[in-house]
Design a protein around this ligand. Structure first.
Ligand code: GL9
Length: 821
């Protein structure tokens, strides 16, 4: 499978220290004495990059000259995390780096810490893209990641004195970025607007798309792929005539308009805002990427034979964001290369595949026809023709006119819209969901009409996470123990080998060591939390984490209501605090800036934290911490230290989840619903090693049918459960808002009148499972054994396996032949 094992890097620590010194001198222009830790970081990054250049070069050459089809992963988001440790691992230089940096008089941790984490993604979808390109490189599959180099990534989150979320811009390029190579020599042009004369597009304006290239080194594959992120620049930087008239701002108007395109990542999570700029971003990066792919695979050819294009590359559409690429490839083939419609369609439809990442109907993008017509008039013409021909095709397949109407790519309502998911489904070869349950629901609900008529298009590829970043690097202690237990570290690129740990779950020595690893990780996290946030975390408590975007469907509200209930019952004497397992609850979550109820929930959590953590009555028994600005770094630190992970979304709403996989792989047990990939995790780790609660999809559907959200049925749950009533009353009566009864009134009102995601309906079941969790946790050996079994049985959730599934079910290709040095 994976091509070859790169030789262990033979360079010595002293030589590597000299390479860092050289970079300090020639790149940074400082002596080792003058150097700051930031300088050392840049120098080390530059030095390690040089160790990857040869493999990068051969990978590019083999990709173009070989006969293996490449993958173009088109994604508006790549949430990469910090790069240095990953690059060191894959260059075989981790040990040399540690020693070299010490030799230079620095702490390796500080140097790693000097890197600023880029936030070019919102959450799971963007992080998945990053895991996938890591696995593509590690498996030796020729691949490009194509996306956008935003100047501002996801906002930085702070909390004000009232506990409210404050968003500040994340200008990540303020610090030097040694990983991205801006390649002005490979820029392309992207046009917008204007009109169509016949079928000839006469655009009104254009911008330059400049690639910024990142190496994506594989783990022991000898391969280094490319992540190419596009940045927009004006065609003419400055209008000199205007400038000379002293109209300085006007003179740079072009520049501003162009650069706005890649200025900022939309901070939305699931619900999508219909903004023109967003469509500009989408078109900008896919148009540039398509030109780039043609240039790459047909170098120097004026009239390439593009009927071979689908054999050269296939494009994976990561959600609906890049779907306009379908119309763009059609346009390029028809207009720029003169192919007839049928040939162009044949090429296009064999090039694209689509991954859907949601179950929320409002998250499937639909662009008003009026907007596309204005921004991309020729593309609208092409989409009209695709729609027309699609309707013809459907007429041959069904006589159900209503169904045909429902399936149209362009909706037939008053303000017609292009349904991007339908365009992708109609045009692509394959459509996949991201977990088994999700793929089933896509077929049965979201895209039912399509799966009825085109069942062969539909498949599932369950998500995965890279074991390099999220196990090997994030959890070195556990990794060492696993390697000791298995007698090899080959599991890092073949994660199913973790199965070999199953017998060790019955070896008390091993289980004890495993529990000690967790304890040491908790102490580390306590120190990290003190340093970064000033928290005084007690590492001798159970660590219980809920980290993910803040969304109603994910139900952070359920978790915080349970905490409030426990707190209230201690205060009232109903619970003897000595009977409780001491617990520290961690939240990490950003809310979309315009998402009102999500932001209220954040404020509530912060204030519950303030009240509880300052109340002597629960000291040592219950604490709540909400570290701000949840990002990959926090995940890498908290996940290995967590005992209990919360995956408590309403069944049928979380497409997959990937945090759930990271936790299971790091020996946390899950409390969760039958939603997304939780279902598969529970099947694999065993029902007895998973804390299940709550309604399943069918029960949820039934309860909606009874009018849960429309008839205010949540109120009945409130009235009939004294614990629930007490918790909600405390939120309403000002206990967590210094006596102010208005602060959370909209949140409370929503719970009591609508509660669309059925938090109240699942509350009792959630509280009941807590007693089982506590009872289990008290038996240290038992808990640790369950944790070992979670790790041992979660190898399936490697993104290497996901990529192998894509190769087999979607892309119909494989790794490049082994590269010989
Ligand atoms: C998401 C789903 O909500 C997750 O369940 C899924 O694991 C990931 C990756 O497939 O995709 N879809 C989506 O829009 N987001 C996801 O996390 N949102 C963000 O990335 C913010």
């Amino acid at each position: 499978m994976a091509a070859i094992t790169a030789p262990h890097n033979p360079i010595s620590a002293t030589d590597f220290a000299n390479e860092i010194r050289t970079e300090l001198k020639y790149t940074q222009g400082v002596t080792p004495k003058e150097a700051t830790v930031d300088d050392v970081y840049v120098a080390a990054a530059t030095a390690v990059r040089k160790h990857l250049v040869d493999s990068w070069e051969t990978t590019k050459q083999d990709m173009v000259n070989g006969n293996t089809k490449a993958v173009g992963y088109l994604s508006a988001e790549f949430l990469m995390g910090r790069q240095l440790q990953n690059a060191l691992l894959n260059a075989g230089l981790t040990d040399q780096f540690d020693a070299a940096v010490k030799e230079l008089g620095y702490d390796p941790k500080d140097v790693i810490d000097a890197e600023y984490e880029p936030g070019l993604g919102n959450g799971g979808l963007g992080r998945l893209a990053a895991c996938f390109i890591d696995s593509l490189a590690s498996l030796g599959v020729p691949a490009f990641g194509y996306g956008i180099q935003y100047q501002y990534g996801i906002f930085k989150q702070k909390f004000d004195e009232d506990g409210k979320q404050i968003e500040t811009p994340d200008y990540w390029l303020l610090k030097e970025n040694p990983w991205g190579h801006t390649d002005y020599n490979r820029q392309v042009h992207v046009s917008f607007g204007g009109k169509v004369e016949g079928t000839k597009w006469v655009p009104a304006w254009s911008v330059r798309a400049i690639p910024v290239d990142y190496m994506v080194p594989g783990y022991k594959s000898g391969r280094v792929n490319t992540l190419r992120l596009w940045t927009a620049k004006a065609e003419d930087e400055l209008d000199l005539l205007t400038f000379n008239k002293s109209e300085y701002t006007k003179a740079v108007a072009n520049q501003i308009q162009a650069e706005t395109i890649t200025k900022i990542l939309y901070p939305e999570d699931s619900t999508k805002v219909g903004k023109q700029l967003r469509l500009e971003q989408q078109y900008f990066f896919v148009a540039a990427s398509i030109q780039d792919a043609i240039r790459t695979f047909y170098p120097g050819q004026d009239k390439p034979d593009l009927t071979t294009f689908p054999q050269k590359i296939c494009f994976q559409l990561n959600d609906t964001h890049p779907v306009i690429g379908i119309a763009e490839l059609m346009r390029v083939l028809l207009d720029d290369y003169g192919y007839d419609w049928d040939t162009a369609w044949d090429i296009t439809s064999h090039t694209f595949n689509y991954t859907c990442h949601t179950l929320l109907p409002e998250a499937l993008e639909q662009w008003p026809v009026s907007l596309i017509s204005e921004l991309l008039p020729r593309h609208m013409q092409i989409i009209n023709e695709i729609d027309r021909r699609f309707v013809e095709e459907l007429k041959g397949l069904t006589s159900d006119e209503e169904k045909i109407d429902r399936m149209r790519i362009i909706s037939t309502d008053k303000e017609p819209k292009v349904r991007m998911a339908y365009l992708a489904t109609a045009a692509g070869q394959h459509v996949n969901g991201v977990a088994e349950l999700h793929s089933e629901l896509l077929k049965d609900v979201t895209l039912k009409d399509f799966s009825d008529l085109f069942p062969q298009k539909f498949t599932n590829v369950t998500n995965g996470v890279t074991p390099r970043r999220f196990v090997k690097i994030a959890n070195p202690r556990m990794s060492d123990l696993i390697t000791e237990g298995l007698g090899t570290d080959a599991w890092i690129s073949d994660l199913e080998m973790l199965k070999g740990l199953v017998p060790l779950a019955d070896d008390p020595e091993f289980v004890k060591k495993f529990a000690e690893v967790k304890k040491a990780n908790k102490r580390d996290f306590a120190a990290f939390a003190k340093r970064k946030y000033g928290f005084d975390v007690d590492p001798n408590t159970m660590f219980n984490s809920m980290i993910k975007r803040l969304h109603e469907y994910k139900r952070q509200a359920l978790k915080i209501l349970s905490v409030i209930s426990t707190y209230a019952n201690i205060k009232s004497g109903k619970i003897n605090p000595d009977d409780l397992v001491p617990r520290t609850v961690f939240f990490g979550a950003k809310a979309a800036p315009g998402y009102y109820l999500a932001k209220q929930t954040i404020q509530l959590i912060n204030n519950v934290s303030r009240v509880i953590n300052n109340d002597p009555a629960v000291k040592g028994k219950l604490a709540v911490y909400f570290p701000w600005n949840y990002n990959i770094e926090l995940a890498e630190n908290l996940i290995p230290a967590t005992d209990l992970d919360e995956q408590i979304s309403q069944a049928g709403k979380e497409a997959s989840g990937t945090g759930n996989m990271k936790f299971a792989l790091n020996g946390a047990l899950t409390v969760g619903t039958l939603d997304g990939a939780n279902v598969e995790i529970r099947n694999l780790v065993g029902a007895e090693n998973f804390f299940l609660f709550g309604m399943n999809v069918d029960e949820v559907t039934d309860l909606y049918a009874k009018g849960y959200d429309t008839k205010g049925l949540s109120h009945d749950y409130y009235e009939s459960d004294p614990d629930l009533k007490q918790a909600i009353d405390l939120v309403a009566d000002g206990t967590f808002s210094d006596g102010d009864k208005d602060t959370y009134k909209d949140l409370v009102n929503d719970w009591l009148t609508k509660d669309y995601f059925m938090t109240l309906a699942d509350f009792r079941s959630y509280m009941d499972i807590q007693s089982k969790i506590e009872e289990t946790y008290r038996d240290e050996q038992k808990w640790a054994r369950m944790a070992v079994l979670n790790v041992a049985n979660s190898g399936y959730f490697s993104s290497d396996r996901s990529i192998e599934d894509y190769l087999e079910r979607v892309w119909m290709t494989g790794p490049m032949p082994a590269h010989r040095a």
